[in-house]
Design a protein around this ligand. Structure first.
Ligand code: ATP
Length: 200
């Protein structure tokens, strides 16, 4: 089974690409979904986060208050490391379980949607790294249009992530998403053929 790491900056179109690949028969594993699952109410992960950071990181209904936790950890590297020490092993364990499940299926390709693949230096975990490449201005327009996020906030997120050249340097394959959705669909069809070929 071919292990594909799919990445790209905020609003580049990773979800659009992974859902198209899933329709072709790839198993898709979404790192953001797993990262949320491991700290859902009632999980040992959330209990550990509260033990470390206090009840102040919970909302009134007992869920993790992500913006609040973000304020704490992004202001202090040590706190961020503590959070990562709780979350990362659980994400790794859950990913492993999902990988086992994928291996047990007859899928030829498993796609990991990992937004911070390059930032976290995770290239070696995958057989193929696919980068969704979309110009910054286009991403700003799409994300502000579709998610109502102010343009400045999108720009700030872009600034906080790896830049285009750095991301492209890690790419085995690149999907250009500067065009229409129809053009993207064609590119993903080509990508799928390439991945199947590499899967053997
Ligand atoms: P994030 O990292 O923020 O989760 P993402 O990389 O998963 O983002 P998507 O959510 O797939 O990106 O795409 C960002 C937005 O742009 C979405 O609202 C999506 O519908 C839209 N979009 C994606 N591709 C195109 C396209 N070719 N033309 C127009 N809109 C697009």
């Amino acid at each position: 089974m071919l292990k594909v790491g799919l990445t790209g900056g905020i609003g580049s179109g990773k979800s659009a690409v992974s859902s198209a690949l899933s329709s072709y028969g790839a198993v898709v594993i979404d790192a953001d979904v797993i990262a949320r699952e491991v700290v859902e109410p009632g999980t040992p992960g959330l209990a550990e986060v509260v033990a470390e950071f206090g009840e102040g990181v919970l909302t009134a209904d007992g869920r993790l208050d992500r913006p609040r936790l973000g304020e704490i950890v992004f202001a202090d590297e040590n706190r961020l490391a503590s959070l990562n020490a709780i979350v990362h092993p659980r994400v790794a364990e859950r990913s492993g379980q999902l990988m086992e499940k994928a291996l047990a299926s007859d899928a030829k390709v498993v796609v990991y949607d990992v937004p911070l693949l390059v930032e976290n230096g995770l290239e070696s975990l995958y057989d193929v790294v696919v980068v969704v490449d979309t110009p910054d201005d286009v991403r700003v327009e799409r994300v502000s249009r579709d998610r109502g996020m102010p343009r400045e906030q999108v720009r700030a997120r872009i600034e906080a992530q790896a830049d285009r050249a750095t991301r492209l340097a890690s790419a085995d394959l690149v999907v250009d998403n500067s065009g229409t959705r129809e053009e993207l669909a064609e590119r993903v069809a080509e990508l799928w053929r390439e991945l199947l070929e590499r899967a053997g």
